[in-house]
Design a binder for this molecule. Sequence first.
Ligand code: PHE
Length: 345
Amino acid sequence: MADATPLDDLKQLETQALTHLQQCADEIELRAWNTQYFGDKGLMKSAMSNLGKIPKDQKPAYGAELNRIKAAVTVAYDAALAEAKEKSLQISLTTNPLDVTLPGRTQIRGRLHPATQILQQVYAIFADLGFQVYRTREVETDELNFELLNMPAHHPARDMWDTFFTTTGAVLRTHTSPGQIHVMREAAGKPIRVILPGMCYRNEAISTRSEIQFYQVEGLVVGEGVTMADLKGVITAFARRMFGPERQVRIRSSYFPFTEPSIEVDIDWPKDDPNRDRLTKGTGWLEILGAGMVHPNVLRAGGYDPEKVTGFAFGMGPQRMLMLKHAIDDIRLFWQNDLRFLKQF
Ligand code: PHE
């Protein structure tokens, strides 16, 4: 019998490749097969490099045959691979059925507390109006919280703030107004336009409208020729942006020891809210801030000359603003950490 010719070798390679292919049980084995035959060091490659050793007159026939085999084997491989994939899909569908009617898994995402969100809105509005944010301490002395704000010891107006005193005589600030003194002393005679946000504390009965701890945002503007009209302008511009143009703003005269004259500002409670009467004590209005022209004694305590400069100040309750925006009927919801409430913001 004559020796096997190069063409016979190719024929045998084809048979071997196809037989092997049929023995592959799954996709992994098929991929291994592919590497064995078509990889960089694969058998098809070496058949290709054999071409150089083939006698010249047999080369065209060898080349043509090799190409035919490569094509045929590739078609067989692609078909086998598609079949294996389909088979494994069927297996996973039957052994591990997927119930597409089950509810999805909810992604739990964190969010900012509504009190923080409203504070950030307040900052953004005042930033537009040219105010800087200034932070001061929550634990104050009696001097800062009262005396320098024109309330000497035994001043009856101190009763407006039920105060938490510590055993060492410090007080938890009852309002952000002591910050006015801190700012003026630091600005040392220069013009001032700041807001002072922060937590305040009052030893009060907790109710739907009052908590023992709550946020305030103080505002202070000091400079030459600052007037009540400027105060009114800033407050109404703020209220328009915070509540929209359709909500009403009401300014009433009031009394604070550290401002003269003094005012309070109310916003009308949403008209369609059934709790309106209860939450506004039948008035339809909720107070959001106290304000006024800085008292000369307070300017002096801050190191400013009331003959040369004037100023206005306000102290607002951002949580009440959120209540007004969304008709929230109980300020206590803010610190109860009830997710059903918090998740709505
Ligand atoms: N500090 C006052 C309060 O807490 C509010 C206020 C601030 C009034 C600034 C006038 C000026 O009730």
